[in-house]
Design a protein around this ligand. Structure first.
Ligand SMILES: [Zn+2]
Length: 176
């Protein structure tokens, strides 16, 4: 997050027209920020990593994270169905969205808990007892950060429609 903002602050304005200074909304590290159109174009042109956004209450037409002139119905790829986090693209940028999605899943899915992927893991239930037969939630790879700056990830009871968010550090400790 800090790193991304530093990049934006350091962007040199390419041109000086009024349109370039127009403010637009963009998303960095899941947060909504305002920047000039010139800055947004610079980010897109230079292919800085685009982060998943929360796909709730958004416009499903002419909306795209990958270009400046989206046109037509938008489509999304979710990195977390439960957290509603994912990428949105116009019809022209689907391939770029797929690449970005694949790259994000490779690098960021499940955060540090990724070492537990595909394993039968145990979690601490609210009853205070440990329980086996859980897994990293296959429907939600998005890592939340709690107030202490720690990673939180969604776990799912294998074969059941039951899930729970767990502190990643604790999860790794319980399952090592
Ligand atoms: Zn587009």
């Amino acid at each position: 997050m800090k790193y991304s903002l530093v990049i934006i602050i350091n962007i040199k304005m390419s041109e000086n027209s009024e349109i370039d200074h127009m403010l637009v909304t963009h998303y960095v590290g899941g947060e909504k920020i305002q920047m000039s159109l010139a800055q947004k174009n610079y980010l897109i042109k230079n292919q800085y990593i685009i982060e998943p956004i929360r796909l709730v209450m958004i416009q499903w037409k002419d909306n795209c994270q990958f270009c400046t002139e989206p046109n037509g119905p938008s489509d999304a790829k979710y990195v977390g169905i439960q957290s509603h986090m994912g990428f949105i693209s116009c019809p022209n940028c689907m391939q770029k969205m797929n690449e970005t999605y694949n790259e994000w899943m490779d690098k960021n899915a499940y955060g540090d808990a990724k070492i537990l992927l595909g394993r039968n893991i145990k979690v601490l239930r609210s009853s205070g007892e440990f329980e086996n037969d859980w897994e990293l939630n296959p429907y939600d790879a998005y890592v939340l950060i709690d107030a202490n700056g720690e990673q939180i990830v969604s776990c799912k009871k294998i074969g059941e429609d039951l899930n729970k968010h767990c502190n990643v550090k604790m999860l790794i400790e319980w399952n090592s």
